[in-house]
Design a binder for this molecule. Structure first.
Ligand SMILES: Cc1ncc(COP(=O)(O)O)c(C=O)c1O
Length: 345
C-alpha cells in the first residue's frame, strides 16, 4: 500500500474554499524556517543550474564539527526517509528478519518489504517500545532492529538504561540497530540517551536525524545518518550521486549556524507541549507524556473530531491512519493555534 502522506496542503485549503488552513498533522515546525535560511536559499537560487556537491561535503563538515564525529561517519540523505530506504537497500535481503515496533513510522515497513526481507512486528506495550518483546524476537536471522525514539506516533522514548541493556544483550555479533531520532531535539527527559555517544561502544548502530522538524526544512528534504565509517560506506554505495539538492545543502548549513532559531523552536515546542498536555488532561483526553513535537490523544470519535477541526481550518491526523484508532495525533502549533484547537475540542 502506498504511504498515505495525505493531500497537499494547497489542495486541502482549496477544498475549504480558501480558508487559512493550519496543518497540525505532519509534525512540522510551527515557526517555519529561520530567516537566515530563507536568505541562504535565495542567494543560492541563481546557481541551481549547477549540480549539487554529490557528497554534501560542506554540510557533512559542519555536522561533523557539531556532533564530534568524523566526516566519514556521516551520510546526508534526501530526508531521513531516504536513509531508511538506503539502509534497507544496502543491508536487507530475502530471508533476513527485521524487528520493528508496531505500530510505528510506516516507511520502516516499506523499506523491509522492498528489500524482500521479513518484517517482524513487535507490538508496543501500551504506548511504549517493548524492548523485552523485541529481545524475545531475535533469531540468528535477525538482520536489524529498528527503534524510533521519540516514537512516532506514540510520542514516548526509549530510556538510556533500558537501551544500554538491550544493546549489551545483542552480544558480540549483533544485528544492525537503527535508532531513529527524528524528534530527539524536542526531548527534555534527562533519561533520553544521545544515540551518537552510543556509537563508540556499539559499532552496528545507525542513528538517523533530520532537519525537517527542529530546523523547519521539511519541504527541502535533508536528513542524515551517523554510523561507523564501514556502514556509511555501504550506504554511499547504494545512494544516488546527487541525492541532496543544492538548496537543501545550503539551507541545512545555514540552519546549523542559526542556533537561536533552533533553540527558539525547542523552547516553544516544549512549553506549548506542556500547556496542551495539561489542557487535554483537564478535558479528560488521555495521552502518553510526549517527548516529541506532537501529542497522541485518545478522543471519543476521532473521525468526527478530525472533520470538525478541518472545517475550522485545523488539520490533525486521525490516529486510525497510524495504528492508533480512537486517537488524534496533534502537532504542537503556535500558541494561538493551540488555543483555537483546544476551544474546538
Ligand atoms: C519517526 C520519523 N522518522 C523519520 C521521518 C522522516 O523525516 P524526513 O522528513 O527527514 O524524511 C519522520 C517524518 O515524519 C518521522 O516521523
Amino acid at each position: 500500500m502506498p504511504y498515505a502522506a495525505g493531500k497537499a496542503i494547497e489542495a486541502l485549503a482549496a477544498e475549504l474554499g480558501g480558508v487559512d488552513l493550519v496543518r497540525l498533522s505532519a509534525n512540522e515546525n510551527p515557526l517555519g524556517p529561520a530567516p537566515r535560511v530563507v536568505e541562504a536559499v535565495r542567494r543560492e537560487a541563481a546557481r541551481i543550474h549547477l549540480y549539487p556537491d554529490s557528497g554534501s561535503t560542506a554540510l557533512r563538515e559542519a555536522l561533523a564539527q557539531r556532533l564530534g564525529v568524523g566526516r566519514d561517519e556521516l551520510v546526508v540523505g534526501n530526508g531521513a526517509d531516504e536513509l531508511i530506504g538506503l539502509v534497507a537497500l544496502a543491508a536487507f535481503e530475502p530471508g533476513d528478519e527485521v524487528i520493528v515496533p508496531h505500530p510505528s513510522f510506516e516507511p520502516y515497513t516499506t523499506g523491509v518489504a522492498l528489500a524482500g526481507a521479513t518484517l517482524v512486528p513487535s507490538p508496543l506495550a501500551g504506548y511504549e517500545t517493548d524492548l523485552e518483546d523485541m529481545g524475545r524476537r531475535l533469531t540468528p536471522r535477525t538482520k536489524a532492529v529498528i527503534l524510533c525514539s521519540p516514537h512516532n506516533p506514540a510520542t514516548t522514548i526509549v530510556r538510556r538504561g533500558p537501551l544500554g541493556a538491550f544493546l549489551a544483550r545483542l552480544g558480540a555479533d549483533p544485528p544492525l540497530v537503527v535508532l531513529d531520532e527524528a524528534y530527539g531535539d524536542f526531548c527534555d527527559d534527562p533519561e533520553y540517551p544521545d544515540g551518537i555517544a552510543l556509537l563508540r561502544h556499539h559499532p552496528r548502530l545507525i542513528v538517523l536525524r533530520t532537519f525537517s522538524k527542529i530546523a523547519g526544512l521539511a519541504g527541502l528534504r535533508v536528513g542524515y545518518a551517523v554510523a561507523r565509517a564501514e556502514t556509511i560506506d555501504r550506504l554511499n554505495r547504494v545512494r544516488a550521486p546527487y541525492n541532496v539538492n543544492r538548496l537543501a545543502q545550503v539551507a541545512a548549513r545555514a540552519a546549523l549556524e542559526d542556533t537561536e532559531h533552533w533553540e527558539r523552536t525547542r523552547k516553544l515546542v516544549i512549553e506549548e507541549r506542556a500547556r496542551l498536555s495539561a489542557a487535554l488532561a483537564r478535558r479528560g483526553l488521555a495521552h502518553p507524556p510526549s517527548q516529541a513535537n506532537f501529542l497522541l490523544a485518545r478522543v471519543p470519535d476521532a473521525a468526527a473530531a478530525c472533520e470538525r477541526l478541518f472545517r475550522a481550518g485545523i488539520l490533525v491526523r486521525d490516529g486510525a491512519g497510524v495504528g492508533f484508532p480512537g486517537h488524534l495525533r496533534i502537532s504542537v502549533g503556535l500558541p494561538a493555534t493551540n488555543e483555537r484547537l483546544l476551544a474546538l475540542l
